[in-house]
Design a protein around this ligand. Structure first.
Ligand code: ADP
Ligand code: MG
Length: 238
């Protein structure tokens, strides 16, 4: 396991400054939720933490290692996106095993990890089905399963529930909370849904226009928003 440190992280796309200097220490095992309006840089920040984007300035470290200096397989990160394309021609088990096969884990180890993840996610009964025979929620669990089997040091989630209907979103919120309690792995979660953030986060980070407006425990932000933007975004009374 490991924490994540963002130290003066900036990201420009050409002349456009998307991340304008982000400083944040995420503790080992912490569940941190980034919220903010569309276009404020949430996905860019996650991709930067994942090492999928180079930083324009500053540094991201996982544990004591700089992300961009590591090869992808050494970063210890697993990311789940909102569009969680599963391989349609593969069964659930094959979908979950695929990345581990590429990484040349042996067969018994792959089976152990897939079975353990399936048990956590309650999809053991669906392991031999193809994705088209699953509901939206079950597919989402398989996508999370693909991340769990990699046994990452850090999970990154980019609006993982935004394609699900409202009732399922509510249920899956509790599943994420349970998953974190069970695995105790560092989780960085992005959403534009305030309630999701309030339910899941140890700390919420409110992002606006590529800068952090405020960081705090959900009730701190709710009761003591530092400005009108945070108050309106979190939905606090004042
Ligand atoms: P969010 O996830 O908060 O909605 P994004 O991180 O996707 O925001 O995008 C933040 C800003 O960065 C947007 O203005 C977007 O157009 C811009 N952006 C994101 N990725 C790229 C890219 N690869 N090239 C140019 N601009 C980008
Ligand atoms: Mg986004």
């Amino acid at each position: 396991m490991a924490g994540v440190r963002l130290n003066g992280v900036r990201k420009d796309f050409g002349a456009v400054q998307v991340l304008k200097g982000i400083d944040l220490d995420i503790a080992d095992g912490e569940f941190v939720v980034f919220v903010g309006p569309s276009g404020c840089g949430k996905s860019t920040l996650l991709r930067t933490i994942a090492g999928l984007e180079d930083v324009s300035a500053g540094e991201v470290t996982i544990g004591d290692r700089v992300v961009n200096e590591l090869s992808p397989s050494d970063r210890g990160i697993a990311m789940v996106f909102q569009s969680y394309a599963l391989y349609p021609h593969m069964t659930v088990r094959e979908n979950m095993a695929f990345g581990l096969k590429l990484a040349k884990h042996d067969k018994a180890e792959i089976e152990r990890r897939v079975d353990a993840a399936a048990a956590i996610l309650n999809i053991t009964d669906y392991l031999d089905r193809k994705p088209k025979a699953l509901s939206g929620g079950q597919r989402q669990r398989v996508a999370i399963g693909r991340a769990i089997v990699r046994e990452p040091q850090v999970f990154l989630f980019d609006e993982p529930l935004s394609n699900l209907d409202a009732a399922l979103r509510v249920r899956m919120r509790y599943e994420f909370a349970a998953l974190h309690q069970r695995l105790k792995t560092t989780m960085v979660y992005v959403t534009h849904d305030q309630i999701e953030a309030m339910t899941l986060a140890d700390r919420i980070v409110v992002l606006n226009g590529g800068v952090i407006e405020q960081v705090g425990a959900p009730m701190d932000l709710y009761e003591h928003p530092c400005n009108r933007f945070v108050a309106e975004f979190i939905g606090s009374p004042k």
